[in-house]
Write a protein that binds this ligand. Structure first.
Ligand SMILES: Cc1cc2nc3c(=O)[nH]c(=O)nc-3n(C[C@H](O)[C@H](O)[C@H](O)COP(=O)(O)O)c2cc1C
Length: 364
């Protein structure tokens, strides 16, 4: 099924404007009645945040922003899907063009700016599939013109708690002016207090929905100290490291496109985001699990994230260049490695290299 879908769409997709190609991919995923054909290798199962993941490989936020195709993505082999970012009110985001491929670097730059159909539309879709099973989290964000951004997060927690497996609180998109300020210690403390309070209020009706915080890879280590301290104090369930970077590593080959404003993802983000993951892991000291995201495009890259401290991983940009086959390839690489090393699951690998990585020179 994946092969057919890709044979039909990939040559065409690469000729289209990147955003048109994405719309077409979502449309294609809406067509067939997707049914998961093969069960995952039991060695790949992960338990985290009280949830049982069939495999550690998730679809990162931003691909299915409006929860149009979570079940197709689960059927195509993802162990979990993060929909969103969703904002309370619908908003159109930044003017097009706002999504760019860097094929020679295998990178992507986006400045979409939280284009969202809004909470009501997304809630309708998630409520309609709530009994379908599978792990579907929602990534939540504030409206661009909101006067009380923390209130936006609270409202979204209240809206979605009954229909999602977990929350990803996105305070790290570079494309909503001022959003990353929520990562400043004092504001972050206030945000977490109110978000965790909203989650607790909803727990009678919805159970305790895990709350994860998605951070930027561009923080200083002292900002990271504060964030991890705040997250531990408020007992969040996990962190996702991380979002796209506003930095431009030296040596990018698609020089002209690299000058576009926005967040860079894909292969050029791998080294920075993996280092930040390891830095986070050593600071968290096992208090909660981490999801590693950024530049994963092979089994080897996935295993490096796990060894840096992630018990779950997510990807997006590499799918633009490698297609959905990559998901099966990564799963099979991880399974083979576990078998070869005589391990019964990925637990033994999580964070194995974190301390060593943090002693290396800072990646450029
Ligand atoms: C086109 C595009 C849109 C994205 N939209 C979102 C978003 O809405 N919310 C979010 O938290 N992250 C968003 N991301 C970031 C991804 O979830 C991920 O953190 C980042 O791209 C790094 O992973 P990757 O290198 O595998 O793409 C987006 C990324 C891309 C490429």
């Amino acid at each position: 099924m994946i092969g057919l879908l890709e044979a039909l769409t990939r040559p065409l997709l690469s000729l289209l404007d990147a955003e048109d190609a994405h719309r077409l991919a979502i449309r294609a995923l809406k067509i067939p009645p997707f049914v998961k054909l093969t069960a995952d290798d039991p060695l790949l199962a992960v338990r985290a945040f009280g949830l049982n993941f069939p495999s550690p490989i998730g679809m990162a936020a931003g691909f299915d922003k409006h929860a149009e195709v979570p079940d197709a993505l689960l059927a195509l082999g993802f162990g979990f899907v993060e929909v969103g970012t969703v904002t309370p009110q619908p908003q159109t985001g930044n003017p097009r063009p706002r999504l760019f491929r860097l094929p020679r670097d295998q990178g992507v730059i986006n400045r979409l700016g939280f284009n969202s159909e809004g909470a009501d539309a997304v809630l309708r879709r998630l409520a309609a599939r709530v009994d379908a099973g599978g792990i579907v989290g929602v990534n939540v964000g504030a409206n661009r013109d909101s006067v009380d951004r923390i209130a936006d997060y609270v409202r979204l927690i209240e809206t979605f708690a009954p229909v999602v497996s977990y929350f990803s609180v996105n305070i790290s998109s570079p494309n909503t002016p001022g959003l990353r300020e929520l990562q400043q210690a004092k504001i972050f403390d206030d945000l977490l207090a109110r978000v965790m309070e909203a989650r607790a209020r909803m727990s009678r009706e919805a159970g305790t929905t895990p709350v994860l915080i998605k951070i930027a890879p561009d923080l200083t280590l002292s900002e990271l100290d504060d964030l991890v301290g705040g997250a531990r104090k408020h007992r969040v369930d996990g962190m996702i490291i991380g979002n796209t970077t506003v930095s431009r590593p030296p040596g990018l080959r698609d020089q002209v496109t690299a000058k576009e404003a926005g967040g860079l993802s894909g292969r050029p983000l791998f080294a920075l985001s993996t280092r930040m993951l390891a830095e986070t892991y050593v600071r968290v000291e096992g208090a909660f699990p981490l999801i590693g995201v950024g530049g994963i495009d092979s089994g080897e890259a996935a295993l490096a994230k796990i060894r840096a401290g992630a018990c779950l991983i997510q990807l997006y940009s590499a799918l633009v260049f490698h297609g959905l086959r990559l998901v099966a390839a990564i799963k099979s690489d991880i399974s083979n490695t576990l078998r070869r090393e005589g391990l019964s699951g990925i637990d033994a690998l999580v964070g194995a290299d974190a301390a060593a990585m943090t002693a290396e020179e800072w990646p450029t």
